[in-house]
Design a protein around this ligand. Structure first.
Ligand code: SAM
Length: 273
């Protein structure tokens, strides 16, 4: 049975939730689209989900309808009464935390693997995304990430070698995870519409390659893509033993960073770890 909820436009009007530019608020109001987004992580029946930035609760209600137990972190206090109302419609299924997600250790909020779903402002989303993907411990505490980005950023995360979008974000997102661009979202789907198109990236952790330090891999990609037009023999010169490693691995030092596969970056990092 579908729980009857007031239209999102009415919720926004009744609680005076005019979109704040400073908080990067672009709301999604199309319930069918929201249900499709909530379906991306797979069956959520009775599963714990972290939503960052619920705003008036459009995606939150879709996640609750999908059966999830949602913990939502929102820093705009104005949204809390609307979220409290939603919680009443789904008793015991919604926990709202008021605060800045960048300052909260989200893993501390759960005792079991949890899916992360968010439609966040660009800078906050990228900062959280890199935070969730770095660190030596793997697999992470989260089971999947389903995140809205500007389409251009989504393309960088899922890019393949020898393309202009390929860089540090792609290696970070792909060396021990599967990252997929799941859905493009037209700018007109948002209220107010942002300037650019958006897309949703879905990331699932995979096996971490053995003998590789995440920190060393980050250093290698940072050096290599910091001078992406230069040959590796120049860009990796500052990393001790890197040029010997290239020779040992049979990687031509005249190549440029963007031609290396994720596996080749992993091999270099393993040699230096
Ligand atoms: N999820 C809603 C939707 O899809 O319609 C709102 C999306 S809106 C793009 C981003 C939301 O993230 C806003 O509600 C904003 O207040 C919230 N937000 C922005 N920065 C945040 C942060 N650092 N921590 C938690 N929430 C944040």
């Amino acid at each position: 049975m579908r729980i009857e909820l007031p239209p999102l436009r009415e919720v926004i009007a009744r609680h005076g939730l005019s979109a704040s530019k400073a908080l990067g608020q672009n709301f999604l109001l199309d319930e069918q689209l929201l249900d499709r987004i909530a379906a991306i992580p797979g069956d959520l029946t009775d599963k714990p989900v972290l939503e960052v930035g619920p705003g008036p609760g459009g995606l939150t209600r879709a996640l609750l309808r999908a059966g999830a137990r949602v913990t939502a972190i929102e820093m705009d206090r104005r949204c809390l009464p609307a979220l409290a109302e939603l919680g009443e419609a789904f008793p015991g299924k919604l926990r709202v935390i008021e605060g800045d997600a960048l300052k909260i250790d989200t893993a501390e909020l759960f005792h079991e693997p949890y899916a992360i779903v968010a439609n966040l402002p660009y800078n906050v989303g990228t900062a959280l995304f890199t935070g969730w993907l770095t660190g030596e411990a793997w697999p992470p505490r989260w089971a999947s990430l389903t995140l809205m980005f500007q389409e251009e950023v989504a393309r960088r995360i899922t890019a393949q070698p020898s393309t202009s979008a390929y860089g540090r974000l792609a290696v970070l997102a792909q060396w021990r995870s599967h990252a997929k661009l799941s859905m493009k979202v037209h700018r007109s789907a948002f209220t107010p519409p942002p300037k650019v198109m958006s897309a949703i990236v879905h990331v699932v952790p995979s096996q971490m390659p053995e003998g590789v330090s995440a920190r060393v891999l980050e250093k290698v990609t940072e050096a290599a893509f910091g001078q992406r037009r230069k040959m590796l023999r120049q860009s990796l010169k500052s990393l001790p033993r890197a040029l010997e490693a290239l020779e040992r691995l049979g990687i031509d030092p005249q190549r440029r960073a963007e031609t290396l596969t994720v596996e080749e970056f992993v091999e270099i990092a393993r040699a230096l770890s």
